[in-house]
Design a protein around this ligand. Structure first.
Ligand code: ZN
Length: 361
């Protein structure tokens, strides 16, 4: 029979097709009788043992291989032995080459598609993907940006925090949330926090700004994207002042913009309420961060990245951890714009997805 498996040490003896896939019956090739490592005498045949494992699909069908191996027993000490088949991943009940092919595709295909294709359970696919993610997490390091963005977007049912490199429009990290619980450990782990010169953020609450202390050279820019969001959709009778405030961003010169801001403040009505009040309070209270916008080397990059990030698919039933890995580690996402360091693997990170490239789910 044609050796359609091409696996060392076994040969196929039969093949059966069913609506569940292809079953290949195989037998281990027998050589000379093995010797007992304790007693140094040849072992005796002692029945056979069969194993079922999944292998690479053939003709679009899942493949299972049932391999039968001789079992040996030592006549002196009773020790039993079965010849090892190194190509089987015993934990997965699959060939190592199948596991490798699933790992390779686990971040670009859906788990259900891989399960259908291979005949393995979705949980087994998940577990193979998790091993792959853990390995990537140990080796992939994204470059610490000089101009950093801290964004909030909805993923897997909750607001998540995305750290971006605004100079290269790439993603560095996706944190579970924008709270200090997740921001602080990330920034504490940055060995080169001094590299960061600019941080564009939304309107972080004071308690959530502690991480800025870990970026000693960074100037914070409170991005107008978030100021606009503060008043977006609100029905208010203060649109004249809101428009006048955002008109400030059309002014090229910072000193002129500051003078216009002071004039705007003087023109404000006495009674301020709701979202408009919040805008006024933020603009006044965080004036330095608001006007750092005019000094930033990439003032509009944050808004562009934020718009790109909002095109990320929101979840599709995956957990946060898997979505994070699919965005951060999928080969397709990492292919673009990488620069590799000599000792530690270092890359710029995946490009901010656009409508064209976000089909990684
Ligand atoms: Zn023995």
């Amino acid at each position: 029979m044609l050796d359609l498996l091409n696996l060392p040490g076994i040969e196929p003896v039969d093949i059966r097709a069913s609506d569940r896939g292809i079953l290949v019956i195989a037998e281990a090739l027998e050589g000379t009788l093995p010797v007992c490592p304790m007693c140094a005498i040849p072992l005796q045949r002692h029945g056979r043992r069969s194993n079922l494992f999944a292998d690479l699909p053939m003709e679009g069908q899942p493949v299972k291989v049932e391999v039968s191996r001789p079992r040996y027993r030592c006549g002196a000490c009773g020790r039993m032995q079965v010849p090892e088949l190194a190509f089987i991943d015993e934990r997965r009940r699959a060939s190592r080459r199948l596991v490798a092919s699933i790992r390779e595709r686990s971040l670009t295909s859906t788990f259900h598609a891989l399960a259908d294709e291979t005949g393995l359970s979705v949980n087994t696919i998940k577990s193979i993907a998790q091993d792959h993610i853990d390995a990537l997490a140990r080796t992939v390091r994204y470059e610490t940006p000089v101009i950093m963005g801290i964004h909030e977007i909805g993923l897997a049912g909750s607001p998540r925090c995305v750290v971006t490199n605004l100079a290269t429009s790439t993603i560095c990290e996706i944190l579970e949330s924008r709270s200090s619980k997740h921001l602080d450990p990330f920034f504490q782990g940055l060995a080169d926090g001094r590299k960061v010169e600019w941080v564009h953020t939304g309107s972080l609450r004071p308690a959530h700004r502690a991480f800025l202390a870990l970026l000693p050279r960074a100037r914070r820019v409170l991005d107008p994207v978030h100021l606009a969001r503060m008043v977006a959709g609100a029905v208010h009778d203060r649109s004249r002042w809101v428009d006048a405030f955002f008109d400030l961003y059309r002014i090229q010169d910072k000193a002129v913009a500051l003078r216009a801001f002071k004039a705007w403040e003087r023109s404000l009505p006495g009674d301020q309420s709701g979202e408009f009040c919040q805008l006024v309070r933020t603009a006044r209270g965080q004036r330095e961060a608001v006007f750092a916008y005019w000094d930033s080397p990439a003032p509009t990059a944050y808004a562009e990245c934020q718009a790109g990030l909002e095109k990320l698919p929101g979840g599709m039933g995956y957990s946060f951890e898997i979505i994070r890995a699919k965005v951060l580690y999928a080969g397709e996402a990492r292919k673009v714009g990488t620069g590799t360091g000599s000792i530690e693997p270092l890359e710029y990170g995946p490009h901010i997805p656009t409508l064209v490239t976000c089909g990684i789910f």
